[in-house]
Design a protein around this ligand. Structure first.
Ligand code: ADE
Length: 249
């Protein structure tokens, strides 16, 4: 998989050199390139923003550097992946579609993703129109209902969620099957040795006996119940059917 990131803060993406994702890069499973958006400006101050037309607070990202950057990154990627290669362009954006495990699953099968990190109040709307006219596939992805200072933290999170699902990145692929959100439920509670543990206050805490029974069918049923109970308590929204207009929502 190839990933390009366009950002004003390339250093923000340094954690992607560490741990599992860093190893995936060194192993050649992911080719990740981080680009400075200001490299596609032409004035002395390397300007990427200006005041909003119509007035208002803050600054808006100018369209020209983005259009040049996308054209350059598309050409460079195609030179390596082939002339027919098409990236999915992802704009992290609090006004985007919620990014979920199912999204990570889908994107993990992509050949090429370009992340475009906005800053300030946002990006000139004509950038999106231009990309659509150029035939790019574009997605706006939100991490959650809160506002970050820019797209970089979202790119760290999305990249980690996506790349760990790329075959070969996580050594034990089975560990991806039972984790939270993989089947629409939260994961069941986990225990390890010692089965009987006396905590620092002197309280004896024993792991559920069923986990020591060796009865795999009963253990699986118990874990399923735990997952459902936990999901009902913490995330009832995951169990509720989506509201429809007929519900008056
Ligand atoms: N950029 C700013 N806030 C964000 C959010 N919640 N999700 C994704 N990108 C963002």
């Amino acid at each position: 998989m190839r990933i390009d990131v366009l950002t004003l803060f390339p250093e923000y993406l340094a954690p992607l050199e560490l741990s599992l994702i860093g190893k995936a890069r060194r192993d050649g499973l992911v080719d990740l390139r981080v680009h400075q958006l200001r490299d596609w400006t032409h004035d002395r101050h390397r300007t990427v923003d200006d005041t909003p037309l119509g007035g208002g607070a803050g600054m808006v990202m100018k369209p020209e550097p983005w259009a040049e950057a996308f054209a350059a990154v598309r050409a460079a990627g195609r030179a390596e992946l082939g002339e027919d290669a098409e990236p999915l362009i992802v704009f992290p954006n609090p006004a985007g579609t919620p990014f979920r495990q199912a999204t990570a699953q889908e994107w993990s099968g992509r050949e090429w993703i370009v992340f475009a990190c906005g800053r300030y109040e946002g990006i000139d709307e004509r950038v999106y129109e231009h990309l659509a006219d150029e035939g790019f596939e574009v997605a706006l992805a939100s991490l959650g209902d809160y506002v970050l200072n820019g797209g970089e933290v979202a790119v760290l999170a999305i990249t980690e969620a996506v790349v760990r699902l790329v075959p070969g990145v996580v050594g034990n692929a089975e560990s991806l099957v039972e984790e939270s959100h993989s089947a629409g439920l939260l994961e069941y509670p986990l225990y390890t040795r010692p089965a009987a543990w006396t905590d620092p206050s002197g309280t004896l805490r024993e792991a559920p006996a069923i986990l020591l029974s060796g009865d795999h069918a009963r253990i699986a049923a118990w874990r399923r119940e735990q997952s459902e109970a936990r999901t009902a308590a913490r995330r009832p929204d995951l169990l509720a059917p989506p509201a429809t207009p007929a519900d008056g929502a």
